[in-house]
Design a protein around this ligand. Structure first.
Ligand code: ZN
Length: 157
């Protein structure tokens, strides 16, 4: 299980995102930089949101707090949701295709039965429209995650 033990050692969003990038590089040969991560209060049915045309990913703070009480589960959620949104940032807009790719990449890199693969299957994958996103306003309480993207990917062995 190449990435599974690295995920166990991951400590924060930046660590997990580095592994997301590694997995996408391995499975699709694609790589990009320049993304920013925010935590925000989105509706509970939504895992995350990537406003099209931006470099931003907004993770649903409330959902992660409520549904992922244990560390392995939290990591599995964060990994699969970040992977899904990361794929959107390459311009994949078809939701079915992105879900299929998310599942396949998780399977490739973690093997069947791993919590990450489970999370990739179950979602939550409900889309938010840009209008809905706008309408949340102040309540979203956006908070930028510092040190999210490390350009030097050699930091984790
Ligand atoms: Zn999506």
């Amino acid at each position: 299980m190449p990435l599974a033990s690295e995920l166990e050692r991951a400590k924060d969003y930046g660590d997990i995102f580095a592994l997301v990038k590694k997995a996408v590089k391995r499975s699709l040969g694609q790589h990009r930089v320049g993304l920013m991560l925010y935590l925000g209060n989105l509706p509970m049915r939504v895992g995350a949101f990537h406003p099209l045309g931006t470099n931003d990913i907004v993770l649903n703070r409330r959902l992660l707090e409520a549904s992922a009480k244990t560390e392995p589960k939290w990591k599995a959620y964060v990994f699969s949701i970040l992977l899904h949104e990361y794929l959107h940032t390459f311009g994949y807009v078809n939701e079915r295709q992105v879900r299929g790719l998310t599942y396949r990449i998780c399977l490739d890199n973690f093997g069947s039965g791993h919590p990450v693969v489970e999370a990739a299957l179950t979602g939550p994958w409900v889309n938010l429209s840009p209008e809905e996103f706008e309408s949340i306003g102040e309540e979203m309480d956006l908070e930028r995650v510092k040190n999210f993207e490390r350009i030097d990917s050699g930091y984790i062995i």
